[in-house]
Design a protein around this ligand. Structure first.
Ligand code: ADP
Ligand code: MG
Length: 704
């Protein structure tokens, strides 16, 4: 059967209230007011909002929408929405009108008491507000609920504290824009009015068969397998990465792409990933807040479409032990409103000096706040990836490539860089500055923070996480470094000399964060320790970075977070870690007690019965006896480990909530889970497949 063909250009953005639709439908004056708000951040008056709301509603109704929702990102890790229909109170005639006011568009008031606030909001203060983010376009989503007008919004408490991811992200975007403009002006730019972080998040995911998924309580409750022995084949043949996409998956990807294109997500790249059943989807990069919203849409669409295809999409960072887990590469650069990428080495000497200044500022930012970047990628699932032999290490370092590293070394050692290592030069025309190659370097897949031509790729982020947190940190730490550089440069009499000196100073002071070698090697761990770089191995150890004096000073200086907001977020992180591990531990207890141990008891009975029968027949039953002993031995180990896990999980519940409890889950409950898994996985390898109570790894990842 051939697939139905689509015209991408026709369907792209058809369900988005985008600029074209607004220009067509809004009165000129209203359109101009809105544009001004979007571009310059001026406030929107209610009259304008009323007109926009009316047109938005009419447009949405034409698309079949019956409801609207403020679509926001509370600190649960997923998005939230409350649907209201457009209908107004019935008229005397018994009919209803469809209405949507400016007030309803720009402000919502969901009950905030059930969303995590980390103590920011006492439970009796239930009020929370959602506010329209007009910089991210509204769209109509079509699903089983019909069509719904979704309005991207920020979510704040009664006192204006951020309870979501979007608010601080928008604040950080303003901060980096302001400081970037200062920098650009110093280098003679008079045209750019705004600088926006561009973000392209590559999304990895697994697909498994829905029927098999439903037979695994661990997948249902926790998103990852808590037990499971490796099949005879894993990913060692490297035959899955970029392999031909099978028909079932291809048909799924086709539907995902179409759904995404309709809501304006520029799904671009798709391929099989390293592990069997693992895939990737990358959109074309967009402005940071739109990219974050779109990444949520990508994750939701992957899940929804998978269900329609009889599959389940796993976004967990480590659904299967023994094969690669899933991450999300956060590609980041800074782009002006008139199209200049500040991370592009550039064609003119002027811009190359500027590039080296920008680059060394970023080195300084990453070196100073490595702990914060690391924390921004921390989540319970990512603890299984970072530092394991598949994902970047938990140590933050920057990969620049041989050529740029050489340039920095020349600057550091002699104060002047006179040459570049390779051909393909880009002449700077400035004597003291080196020539740069356009495609500076080979790729490095083991670096957590790699320069890739005209952007940085932050490769630590987990597959399930919002990319908001890493981008909030990146924007703010770079804003700080720019601001400090500008403080110096704006005061200097000899600008060229001041820039030169500052580049050299930053390169020298932050050289230790640059590492071009193999980030997966043991040698790097030792070397990083020698350099004094932090190696923060787990989420609970990463969280304190959010509330250090250094972090508070940084975020308060640029009005991204208050101290109270930071403290509340740290609290939420501890809570979410404790909850995640608690659910995993209880799921293991449930599976071991109700499924695995009973299955093995049955199996041992079969073995014992067989032994009696074999003996009665006068034959040699030594093989059966040996197997029975082996199984019984592992069963005892399983039962002992189960008892311990039950004990520590109960103890954990009694601990003081917050850091203490989260740390206990990390140091006591988590190892007890591993200790239960070991004998169970050994049993799976020797017990009759027919009696094993759930699909195996082989069934799950090779038979999708
Ligand atoms: P890779 O080969 O690293 O897997 P992909 O093509 O899968 O690359 O993804 C790269 C991502 O980086 C895409 O989302 C792409 O749009 C994005 N990207 C490209 N240029 C920039 C840039 N200047 N700033 C931010 N993101 C960018
Ligand atoms: Mg890719």
């Amino acid at each position: 059967m051939s697939a139905e063909l689509v015209n991408v250009a026709e369907i792209f953005g058809e369900n988005v209230f985008n600029d074209t639709v607004m220009q067509e439908r809004l009165p000129k004056k209203i359109y101009k007011n809105l544009k001004k708000t979007i571009e310059e951040g001026s406030e929107l008056d209610l009259e304008t909002a009323d007109v926009i709301a009316h047109e938005m509603k009419e447009w949405a109704i034409e698309k079949g929408a019956t409801h609207y929702t403020h679509w926001f990102q509370p600190l649960t890790g997923v998005t939230a929405e409350k649907h209201d229909s457009f209908i107004s109170a019935p008229l005397p005639s018994g009919k209803v009108l469809m209405s949507f006011s400016g007030k309803e568009l720009i402000k919502g008031e969901p009950d905030a008491s059930s969303f995590p606030s980390g103590g920011l909001r006492a439970t009796f203060e239930a009020r929370g507000y959602t506010a329209w983010d007009c910089t991210s376009p509204a769209f109509v989503r079509q699903d089983a609920a019909g069509a719904t007008l979704c309005i991207p919004t920020a979510f704040c408490s009664y006192k204006g504290e951020a309870l979501d991811q979007k608010t601080p992200l928008l604040r950080s975007m303003e901060a980096v824009s302001k400081q970037s403009l200062r920098m650009l002006r110093l280098f003679g730019n008079t045209t750019s009015k705004k600088v926006t972080p561009s973000v392209g998040p590559e999304q990895e995911y697994f697909l498994v068969d829905a029927q098999k998924f439903r037979q695994r309580k661990d997948l249902i409750y926790t998103g990852r397998t808590l037990f499971g022995a490796m099949p005879p084949k894993g990913q060692e043949l490297d035959d899955h990465y970029f392999g031909t996409i099978r028909q079932r998956i291809a048909s799924f990807m086709k539907d995902v792409n179409e759904e995404l294109w309709k809501v304006g997500v520029s799904a671009k790249t798709q391929h099989n990933e390293v592990a069997p059943a693992q895939h990737e989807l990358a959109p074309i990069y967009a402005e940071a807040n739109i990219a974050v919203d779109h990444n949520h849409l990508v994750m939701q669409t992957l899940k929804r479409v998978a269900c329609q295809h009889g599959m389940k999409c796993l976004l967990h960072e480590k659904p299967f032990a023994g094969v690669n887990g899933s991450g999300k590469h956060d590609n980041w650069s800074l782009t002006t409103d008139d199209g200049i990428n500040m991370l592009e080495p550039g064609k003119t000497p002027h811009e190359n000096t500027q590039f080296l200044m920008v680059l060394t500022c970023i080195l300084k930012a990453v070196n100073r706040h490595a702990d914060l970047l690391r924390e921004s990628a921390a989540d319970p699932g990512n603890d299984h990836r970072l530092g394991a032999n598949e994902a970047p290490p938990a140590i933050i370092s920057v990969f620049l490539g041989e050529q740029l590293e050489d340039v920095l070394e020349q600057l550091i050692s002699t104060g002047e860089a006179t040459h570049s290592l390779k051909g393909g030069k880009l002449e700077t025309g400035v004597k003291t500055l080196p020539d740069l190659a356009k495609d500076a370097t080979d790729r490095n897949r083991t670096s957590p923070f790699a320069f890739t031509g005209n952007k940085f790729e932050f490769r630590m982020v987990g597959a399930r996480d919002s990319v908001a947190a890493p981008n909030i940190v990146l924007n703010t730490i770079v804003a700080e470094a720019f601001s400090e550089a500008c403080d110096v440069l704006e005061k200097s009499d000899d600008f060229d000399k001041a820039v030169h000196d500052l580049i050299k100073e930053y390169a020298t002071e932050n050289q230790k964060i640059v590492f071009n070698g193999d980030g997966y090697s043991e040698a790097w761990v030792a070397e990083a320790e020698r350099r004094g770089l932090p190696n923060i191995k787990s989420m609970v150890e990463a969280i304190p970075a959010m509330t250090t004096d250094k972090a508070v000073a940084l975020f308060e200086k640029f009005s991204v977070f208050t101290k109270a907001e930071l403290e509340s977020r740290a609290e939420i992180q501890y809570e979410s870690y404790a909850k995640a591990i608690n659910i995993e531990a209880r799921t293991m207890i449930d599976m071991a007690s109700k499924q695995i141990i009973p299955a093995i008891m049955n199996y041992t009975k079969t073995l014992a019965d067989t032994i009696i029968a074999v003996k009665a027949a006068g034959a040699d039953s030594s093989v059966q006896s040996e197997l029975l002993h082996e199984v019984s031995g592992l069963l005892i180990e399983t039962k002992t480990a189960l008892k311990t896990l039950i004990k520590v999980t109960n103890e954990a519940a009694e601990k003081e909530e917050g850091a203490v409890q989260a740390n206990f889950y990390h140091t006591d409950v988590f190892p007890a889970m591993e200790n239960l898994r070991t004998p169970v996985d050994a049993l799976e390898m020797i017990v009759d497949k027919e009696v094993w109570p759930m699909p195996s790894y082989g069934d799950l990842i090779f038979e999708v």
